[in-house]
Design a protein around this ligand. Structure first.
Ligand code: NAD
Length: 290
């Protein structure tokens, strides 16, 4: 039986996943390419399960016929111990967001970093990676940093309200990418860093609907600096709007969100999804307040 004749059952494991756009995004694309595909949120609090039970949940799901899982907060690292195999990048990143059930074995991958990398390549193909400043060194920021360095950034500076966190991330990234220069510190470094940078990536919650604002002083933006946001609710964040007004090349957060869904869908089904169609659907869902 070829992949396209199978029916796919996929679960999203995490805390607070019921409002996720992923089920609609995956299922509509599967309809469009002619696959039978169900994508179910498996919400830990709703199931009365703890995050550290993620491994048991995956084993139970695999036994019940699930083909794959997406893994989100707070399980992307906890899941690692439960896997039979992890690809090299996910192991280096120390985070997994996609688990494939292959002959009863649990195989971990990470499409957060590939999703950002693909979004950057398709949405900002001319982006100069000579000196990139990344604001935010949490889970998403780490995936973005990995993508930037894997894409050939020669210098990356990571800043965070928590300077110690940024420094720890930068130290592990520098060990993984010895050819690059990786710096870190607090947000007080932003004026000096942005004066010399070629690009800015934002990866903190600032700018989300419930956390509005600009993560970087508007006066630090200038035409010529490319600006990428990973916040996607709303898609046009205050940062994206401010950068667009200045004429900066801009990448909105929908590119990473769609990029990771595209890469997960391809891994799960073996079928190439249509990135533009998934982005159009994603924008519809966000505009409808989903
Ligand atoms: P996280 O909580 O793990 O990390 C956020 C980091 O931002 C923390 O280190 C925190 O100290 C830092 N921070 C907070 N406010 C700051 C500020 N004003 N200046 C500098 N640093 C600040 O969160 P995360 O999982 O990394 O997610 C961050 C955001 O990224 C989310 O809120 C979400 O909007 C977005 N996100 C987007 C995608 C996507 O696919 N586009 C995927 C995941 C997350």
């Amino acid at each position: 039986m070829s992949t396209t004749e199978e029916a796919f059952l996929v679960g999203l494991v995490g805390d607070g996943v019921l409002p996720s756009l992923s089920p609609a995004l995956h299922e509509r694309e599967a309809d469009a390419v002619g696959l039978r595909y169900l994508y179910r949120p498996l919400d830990l609090p709703t199931m009365g399960r703890r995050p550290d039970e993620v491994g048991a949940i995956l084993r139970e799901g695999a036994a019940l016929g699930y083909n794959a899982f997406n893994i989100t907060y707070p399980c992307k690292q906890l899941v690692l111990d439960a896997l039979d195999e992890v690809d090299e990048d996910a192991a280096r990143l120390d985070a997994v967001n996609t688990v494939l059930v292959r002959d009863g074995r649990l195989v971990g991958r990470n499409t957060d970093w590939t999703g950002f990398a693909a979004g950057l390549a398709s949405g900002l193909p001319e982006a100069d990676l000579a000196h990139v400043v990344l604001v935010g060194s949490g889970g998403a920021g780490s995936a973005v940093a990995y993508a930037l360095l894997a894409a050939g950034a020669s210098r990356l500076d990571v800043v965070d309200l928590d300077a110690g966190r940024a420094e720890a991330r930068a130290a592990s990234l520098a060990a993984l990418f010895p050819a690059a220069t990786v710096g870190a510190g607090g947000i007080d470094l932003l004026p000096a860093l942005l004066a010399a940078a070629t690009g800015l990536v934002h990866a903190t919650p600032v700018g989300m609907h419930h956390h509005p604002g600009l993560p970087v002083d508007r006066a630090l933006l200038r035409p010529g600096l490319w600006v990428a946001d990973i916040v996607y609710r709303p898609v046009r964040t205050q940062l994206v709007a401010a950068a667009e007004d200045l004429g900066c090349p801009v990448l909105d957060g929908g590119h990473m969100a769609v990029g990771q869904a595209v890469d997960s869908f391809r891994l799960i089904t073996g079928v190439e999804p249509d990135r533009d169609r998934m982005r159009a659907h994603f924008l519809q869902l966000v505009a409808a307040g989903r």
